[in-house]
Write a new protein. Structure first.
Length: 289
């Protein structure tokens, strides 16, 4: 399985340096490291079965969707799959488009946030709309939630997203290859190039979004609504252009204040360790014979 890296915090080999790990945690929160490990574990299991006919976009950027969700897009002969890998632990229920967690105190299920079904369905809708704008209106996108913690139990009641528990990831990838093929090599190559346009925006036009010619706000203004929406939409609030302030671009090693604070703390910790080591060495030299 070929992997295409889309994250700004990974190198071409998919590795994350210590500095980029700090940057990612500052950008997406402390839990981002756990999400990344879960994503890597899921991909490693998929690689056991899926061969070079499959291409996976890791950390694919979907407009309007928080990048910390680690969206993955898989292209293969069976079509397009959009996935998320989660390291959750506990008892959950996926019913329709709802996502619930079991409350130990009340002994009942209650709605849980974030709603991972809404996130993945919303991502698939935006991606599908972008492909329709490119003339690919007949392509369906399957939505998948992968779980990597064997202590995660999900009770399913006709969910809109396919749920794959940790002990069924290998079965899922093996079963995928048994499904009818709807894309040939040329189709997969064309879709790969199309999605790559989104991961490599033009320097001359920083607002160019490649395969995504419309943002979620533009989709709403055009009257477009996903077929799975009922009373409301999953798109983020629309912000007026006048309220958006352009942020200056950072170049080179110009860090933010939080980054400097963490680097300073790491240096201070290293100095303390060196000081303690020096005290131990000096005390050993002064021991009585």
């Amino acid at each position: 399985m070929k992997i295409i890296e889309c994250s700004p915090f990974r190198d071409e080999e998919g590795k994350i340096s210590p500095l980029q790990l700090i940057n990612g945690m500052l950008e997406y929160g402390i839990n981002w490291r756990t999400l990344v490990k879960s994503e890597d574990l899921a991909i490693k299991r998929l690689q056991r079965t899926l061969d070079k006919e499959y291409t996976l976009f890791r950390d694919f950027a979907v407009p309007g969707i928080d990048a910390k969700n680690c969206i993955m897009v898989l292209l293969g002969p069976q079509g397009i799959l959009i996935m998320m890998a989660k390291p959750l632990k506990g008892i959950y229920r996926a019913k329709g488009t709802e996502w619930m967690i079991f409350d130990q105190r009340s002994r009942k299920f209650k709605k849980s946030k974030p709603n991972f079904q809404e996130i993945i369905l919303n991502s698939a809708t935006i991606l599908k709309k972008s492909l329709e704008n490119e003339g690919l209106a007949l392509i369906d996108i399957e939505t998948i939630l992968l779980f990597t913690n064997p202590r995660t139990l999900v009770d399913t009641a006709r969910p809109r997203v396919r749920i794959v528990p940790a002990d069924a990831v290998d079965y899922f990838s093996a079963n995928l290859q048994q499904l009818p093929e709807i894309l040939d090599k040329e189709d997969i190559k064309y879709l790969t190039e199309l999605l790559l346009r989104n991961t490599q925006p033009s320097e001359e036009d920083p607002e160019e979004t490649g395969v995504f010619p419309e943002e979620p706000a533009a989709l709403l203004e055009s009257g477009y609504e996903p077929d799975f929406l009922e009373d409301d939409t999953f798109f983020p609030d629309i912000i007026e252009e006048e309220q958006i302030e352009a942020k200056p671009k950072r170049r080179g090693l110009l860090f933010e204040r939080k980054q400097w604070m963490i680097i300073g703390l790491l240096i201070l910790l290293e100095l303390i360790i060196l000081g303690l080591f020096a005290v131990l060495v000096f005390s050993n030299f002064n021991l009585p014979l």
